[in-house]
Ligand binder design. Structure first.
Ligand SMILES: [Zn+2]
Ligand SMILES: [Zn+2]
Length: 137
């Protein structure tokens, strides 16, 4: 099961991170400007602030991780078989590293890279980019 996020979800996550960042900045300013504020304290707070900021961005990245290809994207791919000529060239599927055999079923992407049907469909469950050239399908 993989989670997918809509544009609305992403907006909510981005605004959540923006809110957290704003409150972190406010607490940093409050601490730095407080009566007990010293240079030493300020450095400590800033490090804590940077760590918290980093955490927020890590969380954002995880939650907005690249999604798999949609069924509409997959429908547009060209499904065909490997020709004798291609098999003779000894080209390999970069996912399973097996040489193509005549009549292997492959999917050809818009970038013209080809992969075994089952290899690339597995990959497209995780990403919608060509594994070789990173072009979105
Ligand atoms: Zn393969
Ligand atoms: Zn490609």
């Amino acid at each position: 099961m993989r989670a997918t996020y809509s544009a609305g979800d992403r907006e909510a996550i981005v605004s959540e991170v923006a809110d957290r960042t704003a409150s972190l900045i406010r607490s940093l300013e409050a601490n730095a400007g407080g009566p007990e504020g010293t240079i030493g304290d300020h450095v400590v707070h800033q490090a804590a602030f940077m760590a918290a900021l980093q955490q927020s961005f890590d969380a954002l990245q995880t939650r907005c991780a690249p999604k798999g290809a949609t069924s509409e994207q997959l429908e547009k791919l060209v499904r065909r078989t490997v020709s004798r000529e291609e098999a003779d060239k000894g080209e390999k599927c970069c996912i399973c590293l097996m040489e193509y055999m005549v009549d292997n079923v492959v999917l050809e992407l818009v970038c013209k890279h080809i992969y075994h049907d089952e290899c690339i469909l597995y990959w497209f469950g995780l990403s919608d980019m060509c594994p070789l050239c990173q072009k979105s399908i």
